[in-house]
Ligand binder design. Structure first.
Ligand SMILES: Nc1ncnc2c1ncn2[C@@H]1O[C@H](COP(=O)(O)OP(=O)(O)OP(=O)(O)O)[C@@H](O)[C@H]1O
Ligand SMILES: [Mg+2]
Length: 316
């Protein structure tokens, strides 16, 4: 039966010729049409799995299905359905964007009129008209990356792999690239598999996040699901006054053995959801100059740090 999965990685291991085991019984699932982000520290194995998924390299063991087809058995048809943008560009720097795009369509044996139609569609879609006719080498790194992705989309891939697409980019270029990714998903319905080190962007962009460590997946799910896994509630109190530690001592006296931390002059109280109202009443009754009180949620960065430390409880 056909699944709604674009990628299924089952117990995949990879040992390089020099003996380094980059992947160790690695598993993941990517749904069709989603933005899937793989997170992990340097050397975790992110590029290794991308190279295996894009058929540039063989796994040592395990199996992989792309749209329910075995990656080894159906390699030729699978290759036609995917495209990859690596850190280094694959464009010819002396040619213009248009020339690069048409060259790309030749590689895929696309009829000329169809290629021109698709090129115009992509150029309009990403607002690239002003970049069409000048040599690619005359553009900044951020723009080149955008052009590289646009060129890659000429082959109309069903899955687009982006290995650290925003590395080394300034904030403006990064935002422009994330907008491009959102548009590719929304307007073209392409499944996008990416790796990044920018956690707050992964948070807003991804449907599913997988955190991996030392060649193995640790957790996978939507940001909402990962927050629930952390299973910690935190009340945050901001004061207008400076004597934060004095207030903390008074709260400890009043409420007994509760876990309180001070973070950036804010009072953070863990796992005391049911005491929210009594805490608020106490602060008001005692004329504490309160700026705000509320629940805070862990960021993806909090989750990432926790996972890397081997736990799934939010430590503040
Ligand atoms: N061609 C290779 N030969 C031998 N070892 C390799 C090779 N490529 C990668 N490795 C090793 O495999 C492990 C995983 O590397 P990989 O490049 O997949 O990590 P990564 O998560 O992409 O890291 P980064 O965030 O730095 O890009 C590392 O220990 C790396 O040194
Ligand atoms: Mg890498």
């Amino acid at each position: 039966m056909k699944s709604n999965l674009a990628i299924k990685v089952n117990h995949v291991s990879k040992t390089y010729d020099n003996g380094v085991q980059a992947l160790c019984d690695f598993n993941l699932e990517v749904k069709e049409g989603e933005v899937f982000t793989l997170l992990g520290e340097n050397g975790a194995g992110k590029s290794t799995i991308i190279k295996i998924l894009t058929t540039l390299m063989d796994k040592t063991s395990g199996n992989i299905e792309i749209f329910d087809c075995d990656i080894k058995r159906d390699v030729n048809s699978i290759r036609k359905q995917m495209a990859c943008v690596f850190q280094y560009t694959s464009m010819d720097m002396f040619l213009s964007l248009e020339e690069n795009m048409l060259l790309q369509s030749d590689l895929y044996h696309m009829p000329k009129d169809e290629a021109i139609k698709r090129m115009k569609m992509l150029v309009d879609m990403f607002d690239l008209n002003s970049y069409c006719n000048r040599p690619v080498q005359t553009f900044s790194g951020g723009v080149k990356r955008k052009l590289d992705i646009a060129m890659t989309l000429m082959s109309n891939p069903k899955i687009l792999f982006l290995d650290e697409p925003t590395v080394g980019m300034d904030v403006h270029s990064r935002n422009a690239l994330w907008d491009m990714v959102k548009k590719i998903k929304k307007d073209l319905g392409t499944t996008i598999f990416l790796t990044t080190h920018y956690l707050h962007e992964a948070e807003s962009l991804s449907d599913t996040v997988c955190i991996m460590n030392k060649g193995k997946e640790v957790i996978q799910g939507s940001y909402e699901e990962l927050k629930e896994l952390l299973n910690t509630s935190v009340i945050e109190i901001k004061l207008n006054q400076a004597n934060v530690s004095d207030i903390v001592n008074r709260l400890k006296q009043e409420f007994g053995n509760i876990e309180i931390t001070i973070r950036d002059k804010k009072i953070m109280i863990k796992n005391q959801k049911e005491r929210f109202h009594s805490l608020m009443k106490y602060l008001i009754k005692n004329n504490v100059d309160l700026y705000s009180i509320g629940f805070v949620e862990p960021s993806l960065e909090d989750i990432f740090i926790q996972v890397m430390q081997g736990g799934l409880k939010w430590k503040l």
